[in-house]
Ligand binder design. Sequence first.
Ligand code: 13P
Length: 241
Amino acid sequence: MKKIIIAGNWKMNKTQKEALKFLQEFKSNLEEVNGTREIVLCAPFTALGIMSKSQYGGGIRLAAQNIHWEDKGAYTGEISGAMLTELRVNYVVVGHSERRQYFGETDETVNLRMIAAQNHGLTPIFCVGESKSQRDAGETETVIINQIKRGLVNLDQSNLVIAYEPIWAIGTGYTCEAIEANHIIGIIRSQLLNKEVSIQYGGSVKSSNINEIMAQPEIDGVLVGGASLDPVEFARIVNYQ
Ligand code: 13P
């Protein structure tokens, strides 16, 4: 049975104080129906500890936004699996296009980070997606299949979430048509050994388009950026019908 996972990726936003305020407001806007949906917040490292201890954190899973492949050592600015599991983190976002674009992540480092996550009992949220120029050149399928093949080497597909995030739809207000996202996610699934992996869509998801996105048969959840920063708006997304 595929899990429905609605995740908010806060990126480099929210202090500890702001994160706690968010949790309180978000919780008061959630509806009962949410028992069947897993809610995940991908918070900055500095907010994870306090969020896992918060009285408003119940029923919400936490994700980190990075993990290093080594367990410890001289890797300034990186974070290890043990540092995350100590904070009761369940997921870790790996291979986000912003990490690939601005911080030199490659399919190989993405793969190493995901293996480390699994070795520590964390579930990687593996992001893939094509750029606008790749899409315009008709290369979407090739790009995605290559990212999937290279990223998943030696990975355990029973402990994995994938997020399809077309780069041209991130933070731009342009959402990929739900039917197109469904089609690409179907292609991603065709590359997997485990067909039950939950595959999310990400890119300008809002309360106004969530129903249409979640109505698609291949789409098992969403990874929300900007709209997850507002507790009322993110609750509306989680409460989709
Ligand atoms: P937006 O929802 O702001 O487009 O961001 C999507 C994203 O990058 C989630 O990881």
